[in-house]
Design a protein around this ligand. Sequence first.
Ligand code: PGA
Length: 245
Amino acid sequence: MLIVSNWKAYVESSASAKALVTAAQKLGKGSTHELVLCVPAPYIGMFSGQKGFSLGAQDVSATLGGAATGEVTAGAVASLGATYTIVGHSERRAMGETDAVIIEKVRHALAHGLTPILCVGERERDEDAQYLKTVRSQLSSLFDALTQKERMEVIVAYEPLWAIGKTADEAITAEDLREMVSYIRKVLGDFVPGKAAAKIRVLYGGSAEAANAPVLADGSGIDGFLVGHASADPLTYTALLQALK
Ligand code: PGA
């Protein structure tokens, strides 16, 4: 499986960052899982060229460079060896990131050889299943804007907002996840012909921990996890990866 760590802003010292990288390198040895660490921007430079995992950014700028104080461009992170970037995380959308901005970010990411991990997910579940429309609309807005080749390069991370930053008991059930993953694949099938839609990787994120990850992985159709808080501490990260062995 593809296990993407999203350290968010939990990791605030280079010593803590190094401890997590050491854990990943140890766990990665002989593991069948592919590990990606999406770290705060400064740590990309720090871990550039290290083996045993791939490096990713948590976001990239929608601008192409130039006079844009504080922005970190796709070119800058790619030049330090990042090969992935999260795009459209709900915590960025909450700060005003629109679907149009997400399209720009994905374009820049792809132009610099970064694999975009597009986050989609509903704020809450309603009885009329309007949440399916939210997910369809977030997927469609990006996939509509991309070429067939670009579509195949995107990884989709389903992250229901109501399950983020909680505990394993409050996360999604395996059955609800299975249904959503098959819905996401149906929507992707509207953009990608035939069997190709099944090749687009779909991850789950939202309180994935050692306690629930094996159950969620079993038969839900996901290709991996986007892990937040459990990825930001060597103990919980180690427990999660060991549980998925
Ligand atoms: P969480 O975060 O695992 O802390 O719920 C997941 C995410 O937001 O990427």
